[in-house]
Write a protein that binds this ligand. Structure first.
Ligand code: SAM
Length: 148
């Protein structure tokens, strides 16, 4: 397929778009988003829902089952901090990218997706990237193992 936008324009445009979206995120949520590619789900919708429905007024803590690289956990933890909540974010993950061979709706095994995404982090382990991304979050308790 013929490229409509020349490559060098894209090389300028993409970082510019990414920076703009990071600034919008910071303005809206009060903290910078985690490193790009560390968040698979996009928890912004969850943060908005929690805020809109005052869910932090409920008792108990917060649990994330399945964190992968921890970018989503980072957003949740920083959101709790920003909202001055004393809740703990319990993160449960098996931290083994070869554990889950479930096929997604496109027929791709989750293990292949995880291993592919990890190559962008220079061959570091899932747990190493998670710990690095969340090193400043004192409100995360990480539980390593099968969530069952
Ligand atoms: C789709 S990823 C999570 C994405 C993450 N919530 C985010 O926002 O970026 C799913 C994660 O669940 C973990 N996982 C899958 N089955 C598990 C199990 N039985 N127990 C613990 N973790 C599991 C995988 O290791 C993987 O890291």
């Amino acid at each position: 397929m013929k490229r409509i936008i020349p490559k060098f324009i894209l090389q300028i445009l993409l970082p510019l778009l990414n920076t703009t979206s990071d600034i919008f995120f910071k303005v809206k949520y009060g903290f910078w988003p985690p490193i790009r590619g560390s968040d698979l789900v996009g928890y912004e919708i969850l943060l908005d829902f929690i805020k809109q429905h005052h869910l932090l007024d409920l008792g108990g803590d917060v649990v994330e089952i399945g964190t992968f690289l921890g970018g989503g956990a980072n957003k949740l933890a920083k959101f709790l901090e920003r909202e001055r909540s004393s809740k703990i974010l319990y993160v449960i993950d098996i931290f083994d990218p070869n554990f889950d061979w479930t096929l997604n709706t496109s027929g791709i095994a989750m293990a292949n997706i995880y291993n592919d995404l990890l190559t962008k982090f220079n061959g570091r382990s899932q747990q190493d990237v998670f710990l690095d991304i969340n090193r400043d979050c004192t409100n995360i308790e990480c539980l390593i193992g099968d969530s069952k």
